[in-house]
Design a protein around this ligand. Sequence first.
Ligand code: DX5
Ligand code: ZN
Length: 215
Amino acid sequence: MKLAPSILSADFSRLGEEVAAIQRGGAHYIHVDVMDGHFVPNISYGPTVMKSLMGKTTVPFDVHLMIENPSFFFQDFATPNTEFITIHEEACSHLHRNIQEIHDLGIKAGVSLNPATSLSTLDYILEEVDLVLIMSVNPGFGGQKFIPSALEKIRALRNIREENNLNFQIQVDGGVTLENAGIVMEAGADILVAGSAIFSGGQAEQRTRQFYKQF
Ligand code: DX5
Ligand code: ZN
């Protein structure tokens, strides 16, 4: 299991300490949720905040762009610490080109699907992507409840990957907790995103450790 704590639920007034805590806990990635108030009904933070963390941690950034026109910002998020930039299928008229643009910057590219979006929308792009992010809540806010139909989607995606000999990672984001992480991984997730389960309660290091201990 790989864990990507989402700093959306961190204490923003102590963001440096929060990322240091998840690094001590062993986190694989820092999940960076970027929201524009258009694609999703919320605004979070932008590249300046992310870049301010570069001196505070060596854990790579996993950038989740919930924004329209994401290609306007690829360059801003493509830092030496950036592992993935993930964009939404629903936000891209030119998904194939956008994936190429991310790769041209030397960054791994991910594509994300909202809960109501079918896997079939990815039929002609799966060979090109390094990661598929299955949203298990409607994007925009932390602390929501896991939508159970995501499990079937994760299983189906894993089967497609096997049948076609593909290599992308499967990431699951939204409502992941210590209680349901087991079934989400059993369904086929490689990377779990967890926001409130890690950061609410001010014990980010211990919560991160608990996830790794359990799985
Ligand atoms: C939702 C974000 C998620 C969110 C996860 O729009 O993409 O990454 O922060 O938060 P939890 O784990 O609290 O559902
Ligand atoms: Zn996210």
